[in-house]
Design a protein around this ligand. Sequence first.
Ligand SMILES: [Zn+2]
Length: 344
Amino acid sequence: MIIDCHGHYTTEPGKLFNFRDKQLAGLADASRKPSSDNLGITDDEIRVSIEGAQRKQQKERGTDLTIFSPRASGMAHHVGTEAVSQQWTRICNDLVYRVTELFPTNFIGVCQLPQHPGVSPANCVKELERCVKELGFVGCNLSPDPSGGYWQDPPMTDRYWYPIYEKMCELDVPAMVHVSSSCNPCFHATGAHYINGDTTAFMQFISGGEKLFKDFPNLRFIIPHGGGAVPYHWGRYRGLAQDMGKPPIEDWLLKHVYFDTCVYHQPGINLLAEVIPTDNILFASEMVGAVKGIDPKSGHNYDDTRRYVDKLAVSAADKEKIFETNVYKVYPRVKERMKKVGLA
Ligand SMILES: [Zn+2]
């Protein structure tokens, strides 16, 4: 069993965007608001959108199950008002739920949250609870920067975030630290803002995580995109923690923080596995997503990350952890869901 812990619904039917256009037009002119939350998307339209893309790639690449969430750049928490974010989030999550119902053995849901800059993450608690308890989702994507590149909210270790952490721990679900689109022209979304988000969150955990993880001993985060710049600069982060008088980060931080394998070349994955313990690495590709092309050097898609993990010089037992069993530790509800759909 190969479980990809990081996939987004990036091939949504166009009717979703028709709704979004009307929703945003409604901000200036209430008469243009969508009349209902019903997108008018049929099951067949969803099937086609998945079968020709994510499902096709699962088959071609030999992966089985994807932990699947709404398009990350589409979350756009900063757009409009908090009410807009609430409605949009519910609609995007419901659409992912329909994918998981139509393809129950291939996709398991993870939700986006109705964050909005300057609004307490307490506003996300209800939606997380709905997605986990009613829709069978197993985790959430939590943006450290709902402003879209201007970093206006407190660091993730601040008490500001505690309401959502309380609910995550109660439900026993992790969060993938995942920013959305960038509205700051200095930061390209997937090339800079994503990697900044990953790296910044990790440094926040070093600075303030001791208290946070003492308060929430079961809190778990996945830092995507291979951990941003973190594995490459592992010595810097260990050294900074040491200078701050912290215990070795391997002894406490890595009990709460995991990295995925969305690094799109072999040397990068080799470095990840050399630096980060295999207990903390989860297989992921983020397909169909950030980088869609074929690497002329390898002849394969950059995001065909299974090839890189297959070639890692680690034991078969370690590969099994990366491909499958670490997921059960980080997302305990995956096993539950697999049992429900006959996979376990
Ligand atoms: Zn992503």
